[in-house]
Design a protein around this ligand. Structure first.
Ligand code: ATP
Ligand code: ZN
Length: 228
C-alpha cells in the first residue's frame, strides 16, 4: 500500500466474537466515531482514526493491500493467512503488534471420544483425513510431527465431518470444548494458543499515520496494563 493518507484506518470485525470487545478497547483508548448509514465505516471524531467494519477473514488481506492500516483479528486467522502467503511464495505483509487479552481460544486437534490417545506419533502411516478451516497451520504442524495425513479443508461446521464420514479427525478452534463434546470428539493436542491481536503492516508508515499509530499503541498499552 503506497498511498499516503493522513488518517489512520483500523479494520475490526463487523459482528461476531471480536466486534464488541474491539470497539470497547478502541473507545477506552479515547477514540470516538460517527457511524455511516451503511454501518461499514465509522468516521473518527476525537482523532483522525476511522474504523472499517468487515468480516474477520478479510482483515489480513486488507492490511496486506494497504486498504487498512491496522486490524483487530484473531491470531489464528492472521497466522493461517500468513502461512498461506508463504506457501505460494508471497512476502510477509503483516505482523502482530500486540496481544489484546480477549477472544482467547485454542486451535486443537480433536479425535473421536473412544480413541485411546497416546500422542501424535499414533497418527503416522494410517492415511487419516483431518478436517479443518486452518489448512496452512495444520499442514505445518503435521510436517513438524512427521505425520502423513490428508488435510480436508472446510469453511465451517468442521466438527460434524467425522459423523459425515469426510474425515476421521478435526482441527478446530476450541474455547469451552462443549461443541466437541456434543459431537463425541475430544481435544488432544494444541496447535496454537490464540487471542485477538492488533495487526499492522511489516513496513510501518512513513506519513502522518506513523505518529497516529504510535500514539494509539501507547494508549493501548496503558489500557491493557490496567486491565491485567
Ligand atoms: P465473520 O462473519 O467475521 O467471518 P466468524 O464466524 O469467522 O465471523 P467468530 O465466530 O465471531 O467469526 O470468531 C471470530 C474469532 O473469535 C475467531 O477467529 C477466534 O479468533 C475467536 N474465538 C474465540 N473463541 C472462539 C470459539 N470458541 N470458536 C471460534 N472462534 C473463537
Ligand atoms: Zn470469519
Amino acid at each position: 500500500g503506497a498511498a499516503t493518507r493522513d488518517r489512520l484506518r483500523i479494520a475490526i470485525q463487523k459482528s461476531g466474537r471480536l466486534a464488541e470487545p474491539a470497539r470497547k478497547l478502541l473507545a477506552a483508548c479515547g477514540l470516538s466515531w460517527r457511524e455511516s448509514r451503511d454501518k461499514l465505516f465509522c468516521y473518527g471524531e476525537s482523532l483522525p482514526v476511522d474504523l472499517l467494519l468487515v468480516r474477520d477473514d478479510d482483515i489480513p488481506g486488507l492490511i496486506a493491500d494497504g486498504v487498512c492500516d491496522l486490524g483487530v483479528v484473531g491470531r489464528n486467522e492472521l497466522d493461517e493467512q500468513a502461512g498461506a502467503r508463504a506457501q505460494v511464495g508471497l512476502p510477509q505483509a503483516y505482523r502482530e503488534l500486540r496481544g489484546l487479552g480477549f477472544g482467547q481460544c485454542r486451535l486443537m486437534l480433536a479425535v473421536p471420544e473412544d480413541w485411546d490417545w497416546t500422542g501424535p506419533a499414533q497418527l503416522r502411516g494410517r492415511g487419516l483425513r483431518i478436517a479443518t478451516s486452518y489448512p496452512s497451520i495444520l499442514s505445518r504442524w503435521l510436517q513438524e510431527q512427521q505425520i502423513d495425513a490428508q488435510v480436508v479443508e472446510l469453511s465451517g461446521s468442521v466438527e460434524i465431518a467425522p459423523r459425515l464420514g469426510t474425515a476421521e479427525l478435526i482441527c478446530d478452534l476450541v474455547s469451552s470444548g462443549a461443541t466437541l463434546k456434543a459431537n463425541q470428539l475430544k481435544p488432544v493436542e494444541t496447535l496454537l494458543e490464540s487471542e485477538a491481536v492488533l495487526a499492522g503492516p511489516v513496513g510501518g508508515f512513513d506519513d502522518a499515520r506513523a505518529a497516529l499509530a504510535q500514539m494509539l499503541l501507547r494508549r493501548m498499552d496503558g489500557v491493557l496494563q490496567v486491565r491485567e
